[in-house]
Structure formats: structure tokens, C-alpha cells
Design a protein around this ligand. Sequence first.
Ligand code: SAM
Length: 241
Amino acid sequence: YFVEPHLFSEQEVTIVGDDVHHIVNVMRAKPGEKIVVCDGAGRSAVAQLVSLSAKEVTASIVQFLDEQTELPIRITIGQGLPKGEKMEWILQKGTEMGAHAFFPFTSERTIVKLDAKKEAKKLERWRKIVKEAAEQSHRAVLPEILPPASFRQAIASAAGYTQRVIAYEKEGGSTLHQVFAGMSPGESLFVLIGPEGGFSLDEVKQAELMGFQSVSLGPRILRTETASQYVLAAASYQFER
Ligand code: SAM
């Protein structure tokens, strides 16, 4: 379970929110039972349940864990908003595969339209999906989902990353292998993936002007929801042994 860092001390944790219902009513847990808790920022521990109520659960720390479940390079997926439920799939699988953060954006060929009300509801649902996926994968870091923004905002936000790439199927470009060969553990990568209709040449040029490198993800055209998984799997293969 993820616990807010300020409710996570060296001795005990306090769990509030939806997880209380899960622990008390779904798992029907009792004092003395053990759970695994994380603060979402890299600290995780085994904790023993002490008290359970409808509002909060407290547990005392038994042992801190040094499970290494984070990808050695931090990867942010800039994802062109896809139609239907595909974003949920990308978030769930991307979290299992080790993504550090997600930045959904709209671009020239985006089909879906999100108004403010729909957007707030979606974000809430997306964060829940990521949290559950992170728990099931024993992630020590809870991936962040940034609120949907424009393509321009997405490329501007990547300025602090070690490497910035735009996945583009039409041109030679570099290979992901070449990009990874120039990177070391501890560095960060921002990768832009287009929506179903892909990127326009103008967008690729704009990204290149902002320091993005155009990359190929191989000779086959991948669906938009497959592209991020390819990048994450390749990073695991390259950096994890
Ligand atoms: N029409 C399909 C769909 O509905 O999903 C394919 C969409 S593909 C154009 C979507 C995005 O995936 C592209 O904008 C690009 O970022 C990425 N992509 C897919 N295959 C790729 C490849 N072989 N090399 C580089 N990028 C790729």
C-alpha cells in the first residue's frame, strides 16, 4: 500500500483513504497481520497491523526493504492522447514496465476532446489505475501523471531531461539502441509517442528545434499503445541484469 510520506515514520505508518476500505472490508485483515507499505518516493517496508477502524489503519514497521524495482534510467512517456480506454491500458502496463511518469498531450492529429470536467474525472481514474499497478508490481516509486497539456507544453516541459526523443516511424532517425548506448544509469529520458494518426512533419521539426532526436522503434509500425511498452522493455533489457 502507498502511504503519504508525512504518515510514514521510522516506527509506524498511518493509512487513510480508499486503502482503509480495502484492508478492512476486502482483505478483512486483523491486527498482527503483515502488509507491505511504500511512500512512493523510494522507501518501502513490511509493517504489522496495530489498529483498524473505518477511517484509518495503523501499522508498526517490522523491516525496511531494499527491493530494487526501479528502472535505472527514469523514463517519462509523453503520450499523444489515444481514443477510448487505450490510455488506461498504457498507464497500467507502463507502470508495470517501470515508467517514471506520464505526460498525456493533444497534438494536430488528436481525435479525443477532453473538457475540464471530464479531464478531472479521467485524471482521478488514471491515478487510481497507476497506484494499483504500482502496488502489484512492487514499485518503490509511484509514477506521476501530469494533467493533459498541448504538444508545445509537452516538449517545453522536457528541458531538464538528459535525453529527449520523438518516436517517428517515417524517417531513418536514430535507433533506440544508439540512444541508450549514450546513456548511463541515473539519467533521464523523455519520449514522445504520437496518437493513432502519428505526428505531422511540422511537429517533428518543432520537437527537433527543442533538442529532441527523432528515433525509430524498428521496421514495423506499432500501435500507439504498443510504442511506449517497446521503449520500456528495451530499457529494461539494456540497463537491468
Ligand atoms: N495507426 C496505428 C494506430 O492506430 O495506433 C499506428 C499509429 S503510430 C503512427 C503511433 C505512434 O507510435 C507514432 O506517432 C510514433 O510515435 C509511434 N510509432 C509506432 N511505430 C513506430 C516505429 N516503428 N518507429 C517509431 N515510432 C513508432
